[in-house]
Design a protein around this ligand. Sequence first.
Ligand SMILES: C[S@@+](CC[C@H](N)C(=O)[O-])C[C@H]1O[C@@H](n2cnc3c(N)ncnc32)[C@H](O)[C@@H]1O
Length: 510
Amino acid sequence: MRGDDYDYDWRSGDHLDDALLAECSELFSMHYGVWGASGPRPGKQISLSPSKVREFVPSPGWAVLARRGGELVGYALGIRKTIDGFGTMDWVTQLVVHTEHRNRGVATQLLFTFWGFSDHAAWGLVTTNPYAVRALEHITHRRCDLAVIGERLAEIRAAGEGIPYAKDRPIEVTGARSVIDTAFFISHEKLPDKLRRVKESAPWQLGEIAEGEEWLAFTFRSQRPKAYRPDELKALLDRSDRTARNAYARMAMGERHAWARHAAHEVEVAVDTLALTGGERVLDVGCGRGRHTHLLGQHGCNAVGVDFVEAFVTHARAEASALAIECVNFFVGDARTLDLTDGGYDAALCLYDVIGTFPDQAENQRIVDCLARHLRPGGRLLASVMNLELTSSIASLRLDDVANLPEALQALPPSRTMQQSGNVYDPKYFLLDPEGVVYRKEQFDDDGKPPGEYVVRDRRYTRQQVREMCERAGLRLVWARPVALGRWTEALEGTDPRAKEILFLAERSG
Ligand SMILES: C[S@@+](CC[C@H](N)C(=O)[O-])C[C@H]1O[C@@H](n2cnc3c(N)ncnc32)[C@H](O)[C@@H]1O
């Protein structure tokens, strides 16, 4: 079973209904742990009523839920509180994972939702589980440090005011321990063994706890982050690439994006350039919500839209039926491997950064190869890619040597570009590597899905690279021009700040 077999859902603490609280209560009561010798029922499972679960989500509280086949198999509760003059503190107040679903990345995914925001001020939890402390350190790239926790007790207390187990409880942060007396007498039977293993892996400053006590574990943005090890960096980028599809699905693709407003003009240019008079078979690859495909259909073309985000395809189909456009079809498919048996298309569109989605150029080349395969001899492709000449001329964060990527990425500020402005050319928020790959840290947090921060990469191109890519696919480049949004007929200088896309026309050789 892989981590992505799970569905994750995110709710405001104000929207936890009785049925959900009952599910959480049941999961907790079956899987959390057993009472210790000083607990009310030594050796018996600890249970928690639905109303007690509720207390772990004081406002502004959140819950993130992991389900498998509809069944709740894990959840994390927490608060995300902004403290004046300090910043946002992300405190996980409870984490429960079904015993049969442990070691499958569920806890990590739940915790990333709370702690994965690199511009928040502090991240933490209260726990008797040393592995949870290690997860905190791993996700936030900092070690729990007694001196720093000690300096920030006022903020921790302020954040913990609404949390019943933390409010007014005795805290001890000395030279030897960081502990809070929560009077939670969970059994420590397995603790010595866990602690021994945890101490073997890396320094441990938080000391020991007695029954009834828990560790007070926090890390802070002000601490210098540990550099990613090469394997950690690879894992981060792989994980981010896997979520690239999610990132697309979470883009605001509607009117909020300036680039989404010019479909009519763009289809006019396509009709003109590709000499579409009606009746032609046109493929729109990476069609998104189908804005160009629909207009082509309205122009009388038999248009087929393909995208790998199912939600976009569903939306595109619904829109086609609402607009009563009959000669369009939409499919979910990957542009690299697409194999439509009815090939021989008269024309193809591939607009707005479908080519360039992948940091690895071989994958983008597969998209162009695939487009070429689907065209009839003499068939034409109108496509656009992001402009490397402009990107390079404005980049302020540059990576000259990929060996320095870990530090450069850590220093890169996150943005909400994909959800908000869509301006992926803001030099404050991108890092350009020597190969023309751009890195951004994208945060998502106001769309009802679990919040997250991803490293999103895309590849940008010069006109010469576009030519080479076409030639490799058996396409002849007719022209390539840097263009501005909504002005596709005017060729600009490559470094003109308006020239965000390179539009190109290519023809399949005979
Ligand atoms: C910036 S959007 C542009 C969408 C559309 N062409 C438009 O202009 O409205 C890029 C689209 O490419 C799709 N995409 C990227 N890589 C893809 C792939 N390998 N296969 C299918 N779709 C892909 C994304 O899902 C997204 O819908």
